[in-house]
Design a protein around this ligand. Structure first.
Ligand code: FAD
Length: 333
């Protein structure tokens, strides 16, 4: 492996390359903590060119390369399976490259977190719509696209984070750098469209867990954040899974454009509150299923109208509103 290390030293400077035993062990774990194997080398590239060189070397030497965003994958994706390999830490590539305010498209480096990106966008009254996964304050945009992430807020309205994808720059395992969508056309100055250039090449890399290539640049649609919003949380009757499913269906059938809606079943609320996962609900005497929603609107009238429809629907099912404040247990807020 030292031969490979020497070759990699020519690609990145020493401070961004390591085969130190402590570093290798640190990168052998994700958030899930299961030890699957210890990598031989950790490398922290700065751009697609460096990644291309790294992949060419790994390809020549037949060594596994594991891209890693924030390492918050719970399923072992961003660490080696078995000993060996190179972990490619994407966290140095965390810049916003462009915000096209006319076309509402942003282009970022793949290692940026959803949290950092949205903190930037909110200065312009914008957001990514789907805020990535629940772990989005630190999870990377590249990790989200590689996982088809969904659940960090906004998915009822905007879909999974890959729905907003416009184009990708990807380094293939051979080291070739390609672009997808409108950017596959060399005459296109700015990304504007994912579809229309033949098959949806970007789709091939969505949910691929990094196996088909390393995403380096990502363009996403962004949206104006509506000015008005309401957040409510309801304690449901006992064994309310079917009731919650009925509410979800009714929301869709009535065409109410909720930003987010979620149900947490009785057993999860009960155990989670005992174990300290839901400190907001520790004070509750009755620990049953919880239903919560967020709805946005462009005017107060529109908001009130939709909130009334939702509340009638949910309260009709023998549920109880926990109250407006976070301290009341209003997790949606
Ligand atoms: C508290 C918590 C809440 C979570 N909530 C959700 C949720 O609501 N919804 C959800 O879907 N998931 C959720 N997750 C799982 C996980 O955090 C997400 O899937 C997240 O998108 C992973 O992003 P990451 O940057 O940490 O990726 P990593 O864990 O680093 O990588 C994930 C996969 O993508 C690959 N990869 C990463 N970056 C790149 C890249 N640039 N190019 C190519 N491949 C790459 C890796 O090799 C790996 O296979 C949650 C996890 C935790 C711990």
């Amino acid at each position: 492996m030292s031969e490979v290390y020497k070759k990699l030293e020519k690609v990145v400077s020493k401070e961004f390359l390591s085969n130190d035993i402590y570093v290798r062990h640190a990168y052998s774990r994700n958030v899930d903590l299961v030890l699957q194997g210890v990598p031989d080398i950790i490398i922290r590239p700065i751009d697609a060119k460096e990644i291309s060189e790294i992949l060419k070397i790994a390809n020549e030497e037949n060594i596994a390369v594991i891209p890693r965003g924030a390492g918050i994958c719970e399923f072992g994706g961003s660490k080696p399976i078995g000993d060996g390999g190179i972990v490619l830490d994407m966290k140095r590539m965390n810049n916003i490259i462009n915000l096209d305010e006319d076309n509402l498209i942003t282009t970022v480096e793949a290692g940026i977190s959803w949290g950092k990106l949205n903190e930037y966008l909110c200065r312009f009254g914008l957001y990514t719509g789907c805020m990535g996964p629940g772990s989005g304050m630190s999870a990377s945009v590249g990790g989200g696209i590689s996982h088809h992430s969904v659940g960090g807020g906004g998915c009822a309205k905007y879909g999974a984070c890959t729905n907003q994808l416009i184009s990708l720059e990807v380094v293939l395992p051979t080291g070739e750098i390609i672009e997808t969508g409108s950017q596959a056309n060399k005459y296109s100055k700015l990304p504007f469209n994912r579809f229309g250039n033949g098959p949806d090449l970007a789709g091939l890399f969505c949910g691929d867990n990094g196996i088909f290539g390393v995403k380096t640049k990502i363009s996403l649609q962004v949206f104006p954040k509506p000015e008005f919003a309401e957040y409510k949380t309801f304690l449901m009757p006992r064994k309310s899974a079917v009731t919650a499913a009925q509410i979800m269906n009714e929301i869709r059938q009535k065409g109410i454009d909720v930003y987010d809606a979620m149900f947490i079943p009785d057993v999860v609320v009960a155990i989670g509150s005992d174990q300290g996962f839901f400190p907001l609900w520790e004070h509750l005497k009755r620990r049953r299923g919880m239903f919560f929603y967020t709805i946005e609107a462009n005017s107060e009238v529109e908001l009130n109208e939709n909130v009334k429809k939702l509340d009638d629907m949910i309260l009709n099912k023998k549920s109880e509103n926990l109250g407006p404040e976070i301290s009341d247990g209003n997790i949606a807020k």
